[in-house]
Design a protein around this ligand. Structure first.
Ligand code: PLP
Length: 447
């Protein structure tokens, strides 16, 4: 490097680190992240991408944009409301506010008036019971799978669980219910066949060694044709007569019936029909944080709460706060997306197409997350060439479209209207970038 070399003008690392923006960023993000950005700004100047005197400004800009997590926000343009790969339900503004409050020291297990210890998660419990009056007691654990494990362990470890062969499901990413239940030390007593199970099958299976009758909502699949299943009401009568609890794993976490998805079971109706306990996820149709919701008869829920395993699967304070706020606050984003007005979706799609091109096409959204399989949510999408999908995913903000039938489909259902301008900019920018001749086209949407 000679004395004329412009690279000599690149500011030194310690000078850059000593700038007020950098010292403030070290407080917020730690020094490793800041050093990485310093090096990256210097490298850009070394490669001649920016003028050496612009290094401080470029650094300040990147320090402003960098976040403490490598997780990147994504605009969900798939039309799938509960998208497991995108973290399922987005939190409501109220829930985000609650998470922020709970991030510090909070009275999660303390009665401030008396200064003595209190029960953990009382507010979330009260909010659940207020939303589901057919439940006597509520318990929140880490997730839906944990709720089911706790139920089977506390009520049937070393004993038998009677369950229909039509409900022994794999939910996703190799998560198989029978394996999960077997891991708790309970034995599965399978009854019926894949397509038909009768009350008599359950009746014959129940013996002195039976701990639980389990009914599982088959979530992500449906059996059509020559089928029959036993209703909760029928099972509950049998369970009461034979003195075994009836546990129903609902999965998606609707607390009340939703006329839009009439076949999706909900907590209130299921408990009303006589289930002793239901289990469900907090981040599916309930629209809250990851959590396992347990609702039902006090005596049974208390047995679960007192089991040592309950401590290992307890919900964290952030989830408890977010769940409470989801239940007491305005409609969660997942519920808004589910109930989005198709005419409004069409207007928004037309506005996007007017700005960036493409064709507005009818496009059905999905509930996702195992909810209401096969039920279309009528709406609209902007159809673009499939090749633009990768530029959309890797752009800023990242946009996840649906690639289907050789098209890149942008469905606005799950994008808050306030983000429409950002979406338009992101799509415009992606269309302006070079596109691969052929994108490997995959369509992994749930049916
Ligand atoms: C999703 C689901 C689960 C698992 O719940 P997580 O919250 O993902 O742990 C269990 N049972 C059913 C029926 C489900 O749909």
């Amino acid at each position: 490097m000679n004395s004329q070399d412009p690279r000599r003008r690149i500011p030194r690392t310690d000078t850059l680190l000593a700038s007020p923006v950098a010292t403030a960023a070290v407080e917020r993000l730690g020094s490793a992240v800041v050093r990485r950005l310093v090096t990256s700004a210097q490298d850009r100047a070394r490669r001649g991408e920016i003028e050496p005197d612009r290094v401080p400004a470029v650094l300040a800009d990147s320090l402003q944009q960098v976040r403490a997590t490598q997780l990147r926000p994504v605009l969900n343009a798939t039309g799938v409301v509960i998208h497991t790969n995108l973290g399922r339900a987005p939190l409501s503004p109220a829930a985000i506010d609650a998470v922020q409050t709970a991030a510090g020291y909070v009275d999660i297990e303390l009665d401030l008036a008396s200064g003595t210890r209190s029960k953990r998660g009382l507010a979330a419990r009260a909010a659940l019971l207020a939303c589901c009056r057919s439940a006597e007691e509520a318990l929140v654990v880490n997730n839906g799978a944990a709720a089911l494990v706790l139920a089977t362990t506390a009520l049937a470890a070393g004993r038998e669980i009677v369950v229909s062969r039509g409900e022994l499901i794999e939910i996703g990413a190799g998560f198989r219910l029978p394996d999960l239940i077997a891991s708790t030390g309970a034995r599965l007593h399978e009854v019926g066949t894949t397509n038909r199970t009768h009350l008599q099958d359950y009746e014959d299976a129940i013996g002195p060694d039976n701990g639980v009758i389990l009914k599982v909502h088959p979530s992500n699949f449906r059996v059509d044709g020559f089928t029959s299943a036993v209703s909760v009401a029928q099972l509950s009568e049998l369970a009461a007569r034979r003195g075994v609890p009836l546990v129903v794993d609902l999965g998606s976490g609707l607390l009340r019936p939703d006329p839009l998805i009439p076949d999706e079971p909900d907590a209130a109706t299921t408990l009303g029909a006589g289930a002793d306990v239901i289990t469900a996820s907090g981040d599916k149709l309930l629209g809250g944080p990851q959590a396992g919701i347990i609702l039902g008869r006090k005596e049974i829920v208390d047995r679960m709460a007192k089991h040592p395993l309950a401590r290992a699967v307890r919900a964290d304070k952030l989830a408890l706060a977010a769940l409470e706020a989801t239940l007491t606050g305005a409609d969660a984003p997942a519920s808004r997306a589910l109930h989005a007005d198709p005419d409004r979706l069409k207007e928004r799609a037309e506005r996007l197409a007017a700005a960036v091109g493409g064709e507005v096409v009818a496009h059905d959204g999905r509930v996702g997350g195992g909810g209401a399989p096969g039920v279309p949510l009528p709406g609209w999408a902007v159809s673009l060439p499939a090749g633009v999908a990768s530029a959309l995913r890797t752009g800023d903000p990242a946009v996840l479209p649906r690639v289907h039938g050789g098209h890149c489909l942008i469905d606005l259902r799950c994008i808050p209207e306030a983000d429409d301008a950002r979406l338009t900019d992101a799509v415009g920018a992606a269309l302006g970038r070079p596109q691969p001749a052929e994108e490997v086209v995959r369509d992994e949407r749930p049916s």
